[in-house]
Design a protein around this ligand. Structure first.
Ligand code: ADP
Ligand code: GLC
Length: 486
Protein backbone atom coordinates (compact mmCIF):
# COMPACT_ATOMS: atom_id res chain seq x y z
CA UNK A 1 0.00 0.00 0.00
CA UNK A 2 1.18 3.56 -0.69
CA UNK A 3 0.69 5.86 2.29
CA UNK A 4 1.35 9.58 2.69
CA UNK A 5 1.82 10.50 6.36
CA UNK A 6 1.35 14.22 7.12
CA UNK A 7 2.57 15.62 10.45
CA UNK A 8 3.85 18.80 12.09
CA UNK A 9 6.62 17.17 14.19
CA UNK A 10 9.01 14.32 13.51
CA UNK A 11 11.68 12.82 15.74
CA UNK A 12 14.63 13.53 15.61
CA UNK A 13 14.16 16.58 13.34
CA UNK A 14 11.67 18.55 15.42
CA UNK A 15 9.87 17.51 18.59
CA UNK A 16 7.71 19.06 21.29
CA UNK A 17 6.03 15.85 22.50
CA UNK A 18 4.88 12.34 21.74
CA UNK A 19 3.48 13.23 18.30
CA UNK A 20 7.07 13.44 17.01
CA UNK A 21 7.81 9.98 18.41
CA UNK A 22 4.70 8.49 16.79
CA UNK A 23 5.53 10.19 13.47
CA UNK A 24 8.90 8.44 13.55
CA UNK A 25 7.93 5.00 14.83
CA UNK A 26 4.60 4.30 13.13
CA UNK A 27 5.91 4.90 9.57
CA UNK A 28 9.04 2.87 10.40
CA UNK A 29 6.87 -0.04 11.60
CA UNK A 30 4.60 0.19 8.54
CA UNK A 31 7.66 0.18 6.29
CA UNK A 32 8.86 -3.02 8.01
CA UNK A 33 5.50 -4.51 7.09
CA UNK A 34 6.26 -3.76 3.43
CA UNK A 35 4.26 -0.56 2.80
CA UNK A 36 5.58 2.33 0.71
CA UNK A 37 5.09 5.09 3.25
CA UNK A 38 6.33 8.64 2.80
CA UNK A 39 6.18 11.56 5.20
CA UNK A 40 5.46 15.24 4.63
CA UNK A 41 6.59 17.85 7.18
CA UNK A 42 7.06 21.66 7.12
CA UNK A 43 10.68 22.66 6.55
CA UNK A 44 11.30 24.46 9.82
CA UNK A 45 14.36 26.55 10.53
CA UNK A 46 17.62 24.70 9.88
CA UNK A 47 16.06 21.72 8.09
CA UNK A 48 16.68 23.01 4.54
CA UNK A 49 20.40 23.52 5.33
CA UNK A 50 20.65 20.03 6.82
CA UNK A 51 18.79 18.31 3.95
CA UNK A 52 19.72 20.11 0.80
CA UNK A 53 18.34 17.64 -1.73
CA UNK A 54 15.93 19.87 -3.64
CA UNK A 55 13.19 18.28 -5.68
CA UNK A 56 12.38 19.70 -9.08
CA UNK A 57 9.30 21.54 -7.88
CA UNK A 58 8.54 25.18 -7.32
CA UNK A 59 5.21 26.92 -7.22
CA UNK A 60 3.37 29.85 -5.77
CA UNK A 61 0.89 28.64 -3.16
CA UNK A 62 -1.43 31.09 -1.39
CA UNK A 63 0.84 33.87 -2.67
CA UNK A 64 4.05 32.36 -1.22
CA UNK A 65 6.94 30.83 -3.19
CA UNK A 66 7.20 27.17 -2.22
CA UNK A 67 9.76 24.42 -2.89
CA UNK A 68 10.20 20.81 -1.78
CA UNK A 69 13.21 19.07 -0.31
CA UNK A 70 13.70 15.41 0.29
CA UNK A 71 15.28 13.86 3.36
CA UNK A 72 15.07 10.35 4.79
CA UNK A 73 13.67 9.18 8.06
CA UNK A 74 16.69 8.44 10.26
CA UNK A 75 17.95 4.89 9.82
CA UNK A 76 15.38 4.00 7.12
CA UNK A 77 14.76 4.43 3.40
CA UNK A 78 11.49 6.32 4.05
CA UNK A 79 11.37 9.61 2.10
CA UNK A 80 10.51 12.73 4.08
CA UNK A 81 9.25 15.62 1.95
CA UNK A 82 9.99 18.98 3.53
CA UNK A 83 7.66 21.80 2.49
CA UNK A 84 9.94 24.78 2.06
CA UNK A 85 8.43 28.23 2.50
CA UNK A 86 10.97 30.35 4.42
CA UNK A 87 8.54 33.23 4.96
CA UNK A 88 6.28 30.94 7.00
CA UNK A 89 8.57 28.27 8.44
CA UNK A 90 12.10 29.60 8.76
CA UNK A 91 11.80 31.20 12.20
CA UNK A 92 13.54 30.85 15.55
CA UNK A 93 11.76 28.86 18.25
CA UNK A 94 9.45 25.87 18.12
CA UNK A 95 7.15 24.60 15.37
CA UNK A 96 4.08 26.47 16.64
CA UNK A 97 5.51 29.62 18.19
CA UNK A 98 8.67 31.28 19.37
CA UNK A 99 7.86 29.91 22.84
CA UNK A 100 5.67 26.91 23.67
CA UNK A 101 2.89 29.05 25.18
CA UNK A 102 2.91 31.80 22.51
CA UNK A 103 1.68 30.54 19.12
CA UNK A 104 2.58 32.44 15.96
CA UNK A 105 -0.31 34.70 14.93
CA UNK A 106 -0.22 33.42 11.33
CA UNK A 107 -0.53 29.71 12.17
CA UNK A 108 -3.69 29.43 10.06
CA UNK A 109 -1.70 30.52 7.00
CA UNK A 110 1.32 28.38 7.95
CA UNK A 111 -0.57 25.14 8.37
CA UNK A 112 -3.10 26.07 5.68
CA UNK A 113 -0.21 26.28 3.21
CA UNK A 114 1.28 23.04 4.56
CA UNK A 115 -2.04 21.30 3.84
CA UNK A 116 -2.30 22.82 0.35
CA UNK A 117 1.15 21.52 -0.61
CA UNK A 118 0.45 18.12 1.02
CA UNK A 119 -2.73 17.97 -1.09
CA UNK A 120 -0.61 18.36 -4.23
CA UNK A 121 1.69 15.53 -3.15
CA UNK A 122 -1.36 13.38 -2.36
CA UNK A 123 -2.74 14.01 -5.85
CA UNK A 124 0.58 13.31 -7.57
CA UNK A 125 0.90 16.91 -8.79
CA UNK A 126 4.49 17.62 -7.77
CA UNK A 127 6.35 15.40 -10.25
CA UNK A 128 7.05 12.43 -7.98
CA UNK A 129 5.16 9.90 -10.11
CA UNK A 130 3.74 8.45 -6.91
CA UNK A 131 0.07 7.93 -5.98
CA UNK A 132 -0.78 7.29 -2.34
CA UNK A 133 -3.74 4.99 -1.68
CA UNK A 134 -4.19 6.53 1.77
CA UNK A 135 -3.34 9.85 3.35
CA UNK A 136 -2.82 9.73 7.11
CA UNK A 137 -3.28 13.13 8.79
CA UNK A 138 -2.27 13.88 12.37
CA UNK A 139 -3.77 16.50 14.68
CA UNK A 140 -5.18 19.93 13.85
CA UNK A 141 -2.16 21.13 11.85
CA UNK A 142 -3.17 18.71 9.10
CA UNK A 143 -6.93 19.24 9.53
CA UNK A 144 -7.47 21.10 6.27
CA UNK A 145 -5.96 18.27 4.24
CA UNK A 146 -9.01 15.94 4.46
CA UNK A 147 -11.18 18.92 3.53
CA UNK A 148 -9.05 19.82 0.51
CA UNK A 149 -8.99 16.20 -0.66
CA UNK A 150 -12.74 15.82 -0.20
CA UNK A 151 -13.37 18.26 -3.05
CA UNK A 152 -11.79 15.85 -5.59
CA UNK A 153 -13.52 12.85 -7.13
CA UNK A 154 -10.39 10.88 -7.82
CA UNK A 155 -8.44 11.00 -4.60
CA UNK A 156 -6.80 8.79 -1.97
CA UNK A 157 -8.71 7.73 1.14
CA UNK A 158 -8.02 9.78 4.22
CA UNK A 159 -7.56 8.93 7.91
CA UNK A 160 -7.41 11.65 10.55
CA UNK A 161 -5.76 10.81 13.88
CA UNK A 162 -6.45 12.87 16.99
CA UNK A 163 -3.43 12.95 19.31
CA UNK A 164 -4.89 15.59 21.58
CA UNK A 165 -8.43 16.92 21.24
CA UNK A 166 -7.74 19.92 23.45
CA UNK A 167 -5.52 21.60 20.85
CA UNK A 168 -7.99 22.37 18.09
CA UNK A 169 -6.35 25.01 15.90
CA UNK A 170 -8.96 27.72 16.50
CA UNK A 171 -8.77 30.92 14.44
CA UNK A 172 -10.84 34.01 13.76
CA UNK A 173 -13.28 34.29 10.89
CA UNK A 174 -10.92 36.72 9.17
CA UNK A 175 -8.27 33.96 9.09
CA UNK A 176 -10.86 31.61 7.60
CA UNK A 177 -11.58 34.12 4.86
CA UNK A 178 -7.88 34.68 4.16
CA UNK A 179 -7.51 30.95 3.47
CA UNK A 180 -9.79 31.38 0.49
CA UNK A 181 -11.44 27.98 0.81
CA UNK A 182 -14.51 27.14 -1.26
CA UNK A 183 -17.84 28.03 0.39
CA UNK A 184 -18.99 24.40 0.23
CA UNK A 185 -17.17 21.08 0.01
CA UNK A 186 -18.81 17.71 -0.55
CA UNK A 187 -22.22 19.38 -0.15
CA UNK A 188 -21.30 20.94 3.21
CA UNK A 189 -21.26 24.69 3.83
CA UNK A 190 -17.87 25.31 5.48
CA UNK A 191 -18.84 28.20 7.74
CA UNK A 192 -21.41 26.16 9.64
CA UNK A 193 -21.41 24.37 12.98
CA UNK A 194 -21.71 21.07 11.09
CA UNK A 195 -18.39 21.81 9.37
CA UNK A 196 -15.59 24.20 10.43
CA UNK A 197 -17.37 26.70 12.63
CA UNK A 198 -16.82 26.24 16.37
CA UNK A 199 -18.54 28.85 18.56
CA UNK A 200 -17.74 31.70 16.14
CA UNK A 201 -14.21 30.47 15.39
CA UNK A 202 -12.75 28.30 12.63
CA UNK A 203 -11.55 24.90 13.88
CA UNK A 204 -8.88 23.03 11.90
CA UNK A 205 -9.59 20.01 14.10
CA UNK A 206 -13.24 19.96 13.03
CA UNK A 207 -12.20 20.16 9.37
CA UNK A 208 -10.19 16.97 9.85
CA UNK A 209 -12.93 15.17 11.74
CA UNK A 210 -15.75 16.16 9.40
CA UNK A 211 -14.02 15.52 6.07
CA UNK A 212 -11.80 12.48 6.72
CA UNK A 213 -13.08 9.04 5.68
CA UNK A 214 -12.31 7.74 9.16
CA UNK A 215 -11.09 9.21 12.42
CA UNK A 216 -9.18 7.57 15.23
CA UNK A 217 -7.36 8.48 18.39
CA UNK A 218 -4.30 7.10 20.13
CA UNK A 219 -5.78 4.79 22.77
CA UNK A 220 -8.92 2.76 23.21
CA UNK A 221 -9.64 4.43 26.56
CA UNK A 222 -9.38 7.99 25.24
CA UNK A 223 -11.58 7.03 22.26
CA UNK A 224 -14.34 6.27 24.78
CA UNK A 225 -13.64 9.24 27.05
CA UNK A 226 -13.87 11.88 24.32
CA UNK A 227 -17.47 10.87 23.65
CA UNK A 228 -18.32 12.41 27.04
CA UNK A 229 -18.80 16.06 27.93
CA UNK A 230 -15.96 15.86 30.47
CA UNK A 231 -13.27 14.96 27.91
CA UNK A 232 -14.91 15.86 24.58
CA UNK A 233 -13.79 19.53 24.43
CA UNK A 234 -17.13 20.45 22.88
CA UNK A 235 -16.68 17.93 20.04
CA UNK A 236 -18.25 14.93 21.82
CA UNK A 237 -21.46 15.21 19.78
CA UNK A 238 -19.60 15.30 16.49
CA UNK A 239 -17.42 12.34 17.48
CA UNK A 240 -20.46 10.37 18.65
CA UNK A 241 -22.11 10.99 15.30
CA UNK A 242 -19.24 9.15 13.56
CA UNK A 243 -20.28 5.83 15.14
CA UNK A 244 -18.07 3.05 13.78
CA UNK A 245 -16.04 5.63 11.86
CA UNK A 246 -14.24 6.60 15.06
CA UNK A 247 -11.94 4.21 16.91
CA UNK A 248 -8.91 3.95 19.18
CA UNK A 249 -5.52 2.39 18.40
CA UNK A 250 -3.10 2.49 21.32
CA UNK A 251 0.40 3.80 20.52
CA UNK A 252 3.53 1.73 20.94
CA UNK A 253 7.02 2.88 21.87
CA UNK A 254 10.46 2.75 20.26
CA UNK A 255 11.81 -0.37 21.94
CA UNK A 256 15.28 0.15 20.46
CA UNK A 257 15.72 3.71 21.60
CA UNK A 258 14.21 2.89 24.99
CA UNK A 259 16.06 -0.25 26.00
CA UNK A 260 17.81 -0.38 29.40
CA UNK A 261 20.11 -3.15 28.17
CA UNK A 262 21.40 -1.00 25.32
CA UNK A 263 21.01 2.68 26.14
CA UNK A 264 24.07 4.88 25.62
CA UNK A 265 22.36 7.78 27.38
CA UNK A 266 22.23 6.16 30.83
CA UNK A 267 24.96 5.56 33.40
CA UNK A 268 24.79 1.74 33.59
CA UNK A 269 22.91 -0.69 31.38
CA UNK A 270 20.82 -3.44 32.97
CA UNK A 271 18.05 -5.94 32.31
CA UNK A 272 15.37 -7.79 34.21
CA UNK A 273 17.99 -10.25 35.52
CA UNK A 274 20.42 -7.56 36.58
CA UNK A 275 18.07 -5.11 38.24
CA UNK A 276 20.57 -4.59 41.07
CA UNK A 277 22.58 -2.50 38.56
CA UNK A 278 19.72 0.00 38.16
CA UNK A 279 20.88 1.72 41.36
CA UNK A 280 23.95 3.14 39.56
CA UNK A 281 21.56 5.15 37.42
CA UNK A 282 19.79 6.33 40.56
CA UNK A 283 23.10 7.50 42.00
CA UNK A 284 24.01 9.29 38.78
CA UNK A 285 20.58 10.91 38.69
CA UNK A 286 20.78 12.03 42.33
CA UNK A 287 24.23 13.47 41.66
CA UNK A 288 23.07 15.29 38.53
CA UNK A 289 20.07 16.73 40.36
CA UNK A 290 22.19 17.41 43.48
CA UNK A 291 20.18 15.26 45.85
CA UNK A 292 23.13 13.09 46.93
CA UNK A 293 22.73 11.28 50.22
CA UNK A 294 19.24 9.87 49.72
CA UNK A 295 19.87 6.74 47.68
CA UNK A 296 17.80 4.48 49.94
CA UNK A 297 14.67 6.58 49.79
CA UNK A 298 12.07 6.09 47.15
CA UNK A 299 12.89 8.46 44.31
CA UNK A 300 10.02 9.76 42.20
CA UNK A 301 10.72 11.17 38.75
CA UNK A 302 8.73 13.30 36.31
CA UNK A 303 9.50 13.78 32.60
CA UNK A 304 6.88 15.99 31.08
CA UNK A 305 5.78 19.01 29.16
CA UNK A 306 4.58 21.46 31.78
CA UNK A 307 0.97 22.14 30.88
CA UNK A 308 -2.42 22.00 32.52
CA UNK A 309 -2.95 18.62 30.83
CA UNK A 310 -0.12 17.02 32.78
CA UNK A 311 -1.63 17.74 36.22
CA UNK A 312 1.40 19.64 37.49
CA UNK A 313 -1.01 21.83 39.46
CA UNK A 314 -2.33 18.73 41.27
CA UNK A 315 1.24 17.73 42.07
CA UNK A 316 2.01 21.17 43.51
CA UNK A 317 -1.17 21.11 45.57
CA UNK A 318 -0.32 17.64 46.92
CA UNK A 319 3.36 18.35 47.62
CA UNK A 320 3.04 19.30 51.32
CA UNK A 321 1.42 15.87 51.85
CA UNK A 322 3.84 14.07 49.54
CA UNK A 323 6.75 15.54 51.48
CA UNK A 324 5.41 13.89 54.64
CA UNK A 325 6.21 10.54 53.01
CA UNK A 326 9.80 9.22 52.83
CA UNK A 327 10.25 10.12 49.16
CA UNK A 328 12.27 12.55 47.06
CA UNK A 329 11.37 14.02 43.68
CA UNK A 330 13.20 15.00 40.50
CA UNK A 331 11.37 16.91 37.78
CA UNK A 332 12.51 17.32 34.19
CA UNK A 333 10.07 19.50 32.34
CA UNK A 334 9.50 22.68 30.44
CA UNK A 335 6.64 24.59 28.91
CA UNK A 336 4.22 26.86 30.75
CA UNK A 337 6.30 29.55 32.48
CA UNK A 338 3.84 29.91 35.40
CA UNK A 339 4.15 26.19 36.19
CA UNK A 340 7.92 26.31 35.76
CA UNK A 341 8.11 29.15 38.27
CA UNK A 342 5.80 27.39 40.72
CA UNK A 343 7.97 24.26 40.61
CA UNK A 344 11.13 26.27 41.21
CA UNK A 345 9.41 27.83 44.24
CA UNK A 346 8.62 24.45 45.80
CA UNK A 347 12.16 23.33 45.06
CA UNK A 348 13.31 26.20 47.28
CA UNK A 349 10.95 25.09 50.07
CA UNK A 350 12.29 21.50 50.04
CA UNK A 351 15.90 21.98 48.88
CA UNK A 352 17.22 18.51 49.76
CA UNK A 353 14.07 16.66 48.71
CA UNK A 354 12.98 18.17 45.40
CA UNK A 355 15.11 19.08 42.41
CA UNK A 356 13.74 20.64 39.23
CA UNK A 357 15.41 20.95 35.84
CA UNK A 358 13.28 23.29 33.72
CA UNK A 359 14.58 22.06 30.37
CA UNK A 360 13.93 19.86 27.39
CA UNK A 361 16.79 17.36 27.47
CA UNK A 362 16.68 13.95 25.73
CA UNK A 363 19.66 12.53 27.58
CA UNK A 364 18.39 13.64 30.98
CA UNK A 365 14.98 12.12 30.11
CA UNK A 366 16.65 8.70 29.66
CA UNK A 367 18.51 9.10 32.95
CA UNK A 368 15.35 10.02 34.87
CA UNK A 369 13.45 7.07 33.40
CA UNK A 370 16.33 4.71 34.27
CA UNK A 371 17.34 6.21 37.61
CA UNK A 372 14.05 7.00 39.35
CA UNK A 373 12.31 4.24 41.29
CA UNK A 374 8.90 5.40 40.13
CA UNK A 375 7.62 7.79 37.46
CA UNK A 376 4.80 10.10 38.47
CA UNK A 377 2.23 10.93 35.76
CA UNK A 378 -0.65 12.87 37.33
CA UNK A 379 -2.19 13.88 33.98
CA UNK A 380 -5.65 15.44 34.09
CA UNK A 381 -6.31 13.60 30.80
CA UNK A 382 -3.94 11.61 28.60
CA UNK A 383 -4.75 10.57 25.00
CA UNK A 384 -2.07 7.88 25.21
CA UNK A 385 1.16 8.91 26.93
CA UNK A 386 4.48 7.26 26.18
CA UNK A 387 6.56 7.78 29.32
CA UNK A 388 4.57 5.25 31.37
CA UNK A 389 5.56 2.63 28.79
CA UNK A 390 9.22 3.73 28.77
CA UNK A 391 9.17 3.51 32.57
CA UNK A 392 7.84 -0.05 32.56
CA UNK A 393 10.59 -1.15 30.18
CA UNK A 394 13.15 0.29 32.59
CA UNK A 395 11.73 -1.34 35.72
CA UNK A 396 10.60 2.08 36.93
CA UNK A 397 7.10 1.90 38.35
CA UNK A 398 4.54 4.29 36.82
CA UNK A 399 2.17 6.00 39.26
CA UNK A 400 -0.53 7.63 37.19
CA UNK A 401 -4.03 9.07 37.07
CA UNK A 402 -6.26 6.33 35.62
CA UNK A 403 -7.30 8.09 32.42
CA UNK A 404 -6.99 7.46 28.68
CA UNK A 405 -3.91 5.60 27.55
CA UNK A 406 -2.50 5.53 31.08
CA UNK A 407 -5.33 3.29 32.27
CA UNK A 408 -4.97 1.18 29.09
CA UNK A 409 -1.25 0.48 29.52
CA UNK A 410 -0.79 0.20 33.30
CA UNK A 411 -2.18 -2.65 35.37
CA UNK A 412 -2.89 -1.39 38.88
CA UNK A 413 -1.59 -3.26 41.94
CA UNK A 414 -4.15 -4.58 44.38
CA UNK A 415 -4.14 -2.33 47.48
CA UNK A 416 -1.62 -3.43 50.12
CA UNK A 417 -1.57 -6.98 48.77
CA UNK A 418 1.44 -9.31 48.81
CA UNK A 419 0.44 -10.67 45.43
CA UNK A 420 1.73 -8.64 42.49
CA UNK A 421 0.26 -11.02 39.87
CA UNK A 422 0.35 -9.20 36.51
CA UNK A 423 0.38 -5.67 37.97
CA UNK A 424 2.75 -3.16 36.40
CA UNK A 425 2.11 0.10 38.25
CA UNK A 426 -0.18 2.14 40.45
CA UNK A 427 -3.25 4.03 39.27
CA UNK A 428 -5.36 6.59 41.12
CA UNK A 429 -8.83 7.30 39.87
CA UNK A 430 -9.91 10.56 41.51
CA UNK A 431 -8.05 13.67 40.44
CA UNK A 432 -7.40 14.77 44.03
CA UNK A 433 -4.36 15.15 46.31
CA UNK A 434 -5.82 12.46 48.62
CA UNK A 435 -6.07 9.92 45.81
CA UNK A 436 -2.51 10.71 44.71
CA UNK A 437 -1.22 10.27 48.27
CA UNK A 438 -3.11 7.00 48.62
CA UNK A 439 -1.42 5.76 45.43
CA UNK A 440 2.01 6.75 46.75
CA UNK A 441 1.33 4.94 50.03
CA UNK A 442 0.34 1.82 48.13
CA UNK A 443 3.54 2.16 46.10
CA UNK A 444 5.62 2.53 49.25
CA UNK A 445 4.12 -0.61 50.73
CA UNK A 446 5.61 -2.55 47.80
CA UNK A 447 8.88 -0.60 47.84
CA UNK A 448 9.44 -1.72 51.44
CA UNK A 449 9.50 -5.37 50.33
CA UNK A 450 12.32 -5.96 47.86
CA UNK A 451 10.95 -9.26 46.56
CA UNK A 452 7.57 -7.74 45.80
CA UNK A 453 9.24 -4.70 44.26
CA UNK A 454 11.31 -6.87 41.93
CA UNK A 455 8.16 -8.77 40.89
CA UNK A 456 6.46 -5.51 40.05
CA UNK A 457 9.47 -4.25 38.10
CA UNK A 458 9.81 -7.50 36.14
CA UNK A 459 6.13 -7.63 35.38
CA UNK A 460 6.32 -4.20 33.68
CA UNK A 461 9.57 -5.10 31.92
CA UNK A 462 7.87 -8.14 30.42
CA UNK A 463 5.14 -6.11 28.67
CA UNK A 464 5.22 -5.86 24.88
CA UNK A 465 4.81 -2.22 23.86
CA UNK A 466 6.39 -2.56 20.41
CA UNK A 467 4.82 -0.70 17.50
CA UNK A 468 4.10 -3.80 15.43
CA UNK A 469 0.69 -4.44 17.00
CA UNK A 470 -0.46 -0.84 16.53
CA UNK A 471 0.98 -0.69 13.00
CA UNK A 472 -1.10 -3.74 12.08
CA UNK A 473 -4.15 -1.93 13.47
CA UNK A 474 -3.42 1.08 11.22
CA UNK A 475 -2.69 -1.10 8.21
CA UNK A 476 -6.07 -2.86 8.64
CA UNK A 477 -7.81 0.48 9.02
CA UNK A 478 -6.25 1.88 5.81
CA UNK A 479 -7.21 -1.33 4.02
CA UNK A 480 -10.81 -1.10 5.18
CA UNK A 481 -11.02 2.49 3.88
CA UNK A 482 -9.69 1.44 0.50
CA UNK A 483 -12.16 -1.47 0.30
CA UNK A 484 -15.03 0.87 1.29
CA UNK A 485 -14.21 3.05 -1.68
CA UNK A 486 -14.80 0.28 -4.23
P1 ADP B 1 2.88 14.52 25.26
O1 ADP B 1 3.01 14.22 23.82
O2 ADP B 1 1.48 14.87 25.66
O3 ADP B 1 3.86 15.51 25.73
P2 ADP B 1 3.81 11.78 25.65
O4 ADP B 1 4.01 10.99 26.89
O5 ADP B 1 3.04 11.15 24.56
O6 ADP B 1 3.18 13.18 26.08
O7 ADP B 1 5.20 12.11 24.98
C1 ADP B 1 6.14 12.94 25.57
C2 ADP B 1 7.47 12.73 24.87
O8 ADP B 1 8.29 13.87 25.10
C3 ADP B 1 8.24 11.54 25.42
O9 ADP B 1 9.09 11.03 24.40
C4 ADP B 1 9.07 12.18 26.54
O10 ADP B 1 10.22 11.44 26.85
C5 ADP B 1 9.41 13.51 25.92
N1 ADP B 1 9.62 14.61 26.88
C6 ADP B 1 8.68 15.30 27.55
N2 ADP B 1 9.25 16.27 28.30
C7 ADP B 1 10.57 16.17 28.08
C8 ADP B 1 11.70 16.90 28.56
N3 ADP B 1 11.56 17.91 29.40
N4 ADP B 1 12.92 16.55 28.11
C9 ADP B 1 13.06 15.51 27.24
N5 ADP B 1 12.04 14.79 26.76
C10 ADP B 1 10.81 15.12 27.17
C1 GLC C 1 -0.28 13.86 22.37
C2 GLC C 1 -0.86 13.34 23.67
C3 GLC C 1 -0.14 12.13 24.23
C4 GLC C 1 0.14 11.12 23.14
C5 GLC C 1 0.89 11.79 22.00
C6 GLC C 1 1.21 10.83 20.87
O1 GLC C 1 0.80 14.70 22.56
O2 GLC C 1 -0.89 14.36 24.64
O3 GLC C 1 -0.94 11.53 25.23
O4 GLC C 1 0.91 10.05 23.66
O5 GLC C 1 0.10 12.82 21.47
O6 GLC C 1 0.06 10.26 20.30
Amino acid sequence: MNILFACSELYPLIKTGGLADVAYNLPAALRRQGHDIRIVLPSYSGLAEAHHKWLDYSAEVMGYPVGLLQAHLKGTDIPVYLVDCPQLFDRPGGPYGEYADQPWTDNAQRFGLFCRVSEKIALNQVGLAWHPDTVHCNDWHTGLLPLLLASHNKRPQCLFTIHNLAYQGLFDRIDFEALDLPATVDGKVLWDYQALEYYGMMSFMKAGIVFADAVNTVSVGYAKEVLSKEFGCGLEGLLRSLGEGFSGITNGIDTQLWDPSNDPMIQTIYGSHSLHRKVFNKLALLAEFQLLGHQDRLLLGIVSRLTEQKGIDLLIEALPLIMQLPVDLVVLGNGDKVLEKALLEVEKQYPMRISVKPAYDERAAHLVIAGADALLIPSRYEPCGLTQMYAQRYGTIPVAHGVGGLADTIIDIAPFSENIADSTGVLFWDFTPDALIDALQRLHFVYDNLLLWRDLQRSGMGEDFSWDISATGYSNLYQSLISQKY
